[in-house]
Design a protein around this ligand. Structure first.
Ligand code: FES
Length: 159
């Protein structure tokens, strides 16, 4: 089937099997070197991307569900100003995800920061889709709050 979508700002029309997982579309059809598809349904949580701004496990999203959607991958996101905000938050809090889950957690932090989610329970619930517990929960909450603050200040400076 033909599927129109946007991936990292590129508008695309892809010819796909309707059930092909997004993680495979990213690695095989788009050539995204950061795309992950290795746990075979074991819910490692390492394949998160943003679909219309919401974090989703790309290996669980079939092609037909991305029709008309805007997808942001870590590969695309890391070139943005938003990534700098999150790197700054990691630095200021003195904590960051481990190399294994860095990309996936960073995408979830981006979603939480851009939605201004400040409730610790909500933050931890979103992060719970990743099985790796490398980050102290208190630090994870601090990263989101710091990221919201950094982004708000940057927007004020720009206006
Ligand atoms: S690759 Fe493990 S949940 Fe997607």
């Amino acid at each position: 089937m033909k599927i129109d979508c946007s991936i990292d700002g590129r508008t695309l029309t892809l010819s796909l099997n309707s059930n092909k997982p997004l993680s495979l579309i990213l690695s095989e059809n788009i050539g995204d070197g950061s795309a992950v598809n290795h746990c075979k349904g074991q819910m490692c949580g390492l394949c998160a991307v943003l679909v219309d701004g919401k974090p989703m496990l790309s290996c669980m999203v079939p092609a037909f569900e991305i029709r008309g959607k805007e997808i942001i991958t870590f590969e695309g996101f890391q070139k943005t100003r938003g990534m700098k905000d999150i790197e700054k938050a990691y630095e200021m809090v003195g904590a960051a995800p481990c190399p294994d889950c860095y990309e996936s957690k960073t995408m979830i932090f981006e979603s939480l920061i851009s939605d201004g989610v400040s409730e610790p329970d909500e933050i931890l619930k979103e992060l719970s889709i990743i099985r790796c517990h490398c980050l102290d929960p208190e630090d994870a909450v601090k990263i989101v709050l710091k990221g919201i603050d950094i982004r708000r200040k940057r927007r004020v400076r720009r206006s």
